[in-house]
Design a protein around this ligand. Structure first.
Ligand code: HEC
Length: 134
């Protein structure tokens, strides 16, 4: 509800600029969760820890949001990277739940190939050292 009011106010006040900033803040929020969960997942797969399935599911969900961002931005490569990430994390959650740890490890490599792929084209470092969307 608050979000809707805020979004409407932004639209009235400043048009598309504020919208863009709000969207990038959402993407950053997702990435900040994706980073540590993803490195944690690598360790869990190596340790054959059942909770890997839950983490992979969370990652799948965040990449669903990331996907929406690139779709709204009409950036086809971003859409493809985030779709493959979501699909691979879904597969990992199924493989982990079934105890197929070697398969999960192989899928994890495919999932994390999307990180570098997208960062290479769509992420750049700002002057203050923070990351931003390109
Ligand atoms: C479709 C594009 C895309 C994919 C796929 C992607 N990222 Fe990102 N990521 C970005 C962009 C753009 C930024 C810079 C935006 C920002 O950080 O504000 C970013 C920033 C980050 C950051 C820095 C967050 C911050 O601002 O402190 C981390 C950590 C991160 N990504 C982790 C990952 C991991 C891990 C994966 C793979 C599992 C991944 N990302 C996949 C686009 C992507």
């Amino acid at each position: 509800m608050m979000n809707k009011i805020f979004a409407a106010a932004c639209l009235l006040a400043a048009g598309t600029m504020l919208w863009g900033q709000a969207d990038e803040a959402k993407l950053r929020e997702a990435m900040k969760q994706i980073g540590p969960t993803c490195s944690g997942l690598a360790k869990k797969i190596a340790a054959k820890d059942d909770s890997a399935a839950t983490d992979a599911k969370k990652l799948q969900g965040w990449f669903g949001d990331v996907h929406k961002f690139w779709k709204a931005k009409a950036a086809a490569d971003g859409v493809t990277f985030s779709e493959s990430a979501a699909a691979e994390f879904k597969t990992i959650s199924e493989q982990a739940a079934a105890g197929k740890w070697d398969d999960a490890g192989a899928s994890f490599k495919k999932a994390t190939a999307t990180c570098g792929g997208c960062h290479g084209v769509h992420r750049e470092k700002a002057a203050d050292g923070s990351w931003k969307v390109k």
